[in-house]
Write a protein that binds this ligand. Structure first.
Ligand code: F3S
Length: 388
């Protein structure tokens, strides 16, 4: 490949991986089981990204392994109901076409593990989206660095990645203990988002080991990891007696950080910069079927006076459609939106100024990426604000 025998695209892509490996001192290349490619929304990559992808696709670039996509800038089927400008939609669809031509599965989700790409324990993968990376490393026990868009695409086209960082067991040891004290009530997904935001902002890129969390399901864990990766750069965490490798980790003599209820409440206040929402958007990371079903239960028989979107993957939306969950949400006046989210869709161009969310990650990014005022609260309070 490096000699150019497989064409100029693979030569360039492998060169990029070799360069990365040299920078980080990798001893070899390793095969990866799957890839998740970021840099999909036209809002993030613009015309240069579109041209780059079309160029590669037209040169015949094809992925060698199971490759999923991060969210796009709009619902790929129902973009018009979101109010997406036509010019944006046309460019976005060209980006998707280029990925399709390369053999990439148009999953368009940050929760590939809920949409048909569930890695095995200790499997090496090359994923991009920070919350998915955190979930894969921490909750599944797979091994991935946080890939950039180009390095993930290179891994997909070449089928390998350099062996460094979180692929090596020695680099996966925790280095700070987070003591969640008894005053902290972790009931809602938003509580885990607030906890993750606070801890990420304190520990930056360290590997936290939590104690004091007694119960957490998949939805809580994806919210916790997403927020830590957003306010810090946490790509791996452990929770005592909950995540698969936690109990084998050495934790004596590590520095400690205590978290109390005040830290969580201060986080909710700090991230709330608006008062009256134009829209409520749930699903960061993309909503699971269980979340959609809970929202439908909350909305049953009620009418919304403001827009409410629930963002999810196309696969989960299909199931929600089949089960009548989407119908309940839509009857109340909400929308189930697939393939995109509040951060990578151009919601500021649609006219929204204040967005209410239950996600610590979305609350972190909405002001900068989408020029939004934010209301950060739990799902019950958010729905109560917008029902008639
Ligand atoms: Fe996913 Fe968008 Fe949040 S990509 S993690 S829903 S910012």
């Amino acid at each position: 490949m490096l000699a150019g025998d497989h064409g100029p695209v693979l030569e360039r892509m492998l060169r990029l991986l070799v360069r990365l490996g040299d920078i980080y001192g990798a001893d070899k290349m390793i095969p990866v089981g799957s890839v998740q490619v970021a840099g999909v929304s036209y809002k993030s990559i613009g015309d240069p990204g579109l041209e780059f992808l079309e160029d590669y696709a037209n040169q015949g670039a094809k992925v060698k392994i199971l490759t999923f996509l991060n969210p796009a800038g709009m619902d790929l089927e129902n973009w018009a109901v979101m109010g997406i400008p036509k010019e944006f939609a046309e460019k976005q669809l060209r980006i998707i076409e280029a990925f399709k031509k390369m053999g990439i599965i148009i999953s368009a989700t940050c929760t590939p593990y809920l949409a048909g790409n569930l890695p095995r324990f200790r499997e090496h993968i090359a994923w991009s989206e920070s919350s998915a990376v955190s979930f894969a490393n921490s909750v599944i026990g797979a091994r991935t660095n946080r890939e950039g868009g180009p390095s993930a695409l290179a891994a997909a086209l070449c089928g390998i990645t350099p062996n460094y960082g979180l692929h090596l067991d020695d680099n996966r040891k925790p280095n700070v203990i987070i003591e969640v004290d008894d005053s902290v009530k972790l009931e809602y997904i938003s509580d885990f988002g607030a906890l993750g935001y606070y801890v990420g902002s304190q520990v930056k890129n360290k590997i936290p080991y939590y104690t004091g969390i007694k119960h957490a399901d998949v939805n809580h864990l994806k919210a916790l990891g997403a927020a830590m990766a957003a306010s810090g750069a946490v790509a791996l965490y452990y929770i005592k007696e909950l995540t698969p490798e936690a109990n084998n980790m050495p934790i004596t003599s590590l520095e400690k950080l205590s978290v109390d209820n005040k830290a969580l409440q201060d986080t909710f206040s700090k991230l709330t910069t608006g008062t009256d929402p134009d829209i409520v958007i749930i699903g960061c990371p993309h909503a699971s079927l269980a979340e959609l079903s809970n929202i439908a239960k909350e909305l049953e028989g009620k009418k919304l006076k403001k827009p409410l979107w629930v963002c999810t993957s196309r696969v989960v939306k299909h199931t929600a459609d089949e089960m009548g969950i989407s119908k309940t949400i839509e009857t109340a006046g909400g929308k189930v939106i697939a393939d995109t989210c509040m951060v990578v869709a151009p919601i500021e161009d649609i006219g929204y100024r204040t967005t209410a969310v239950n996600s610590g990650k979305a609350a972190n990014y909405l002001p900068g990426f989408c020029k939004q005022h934010v209301i950060f609260d739990n799902i019950k309070n958010l729905i109560n604000r917008v029902i008639e």
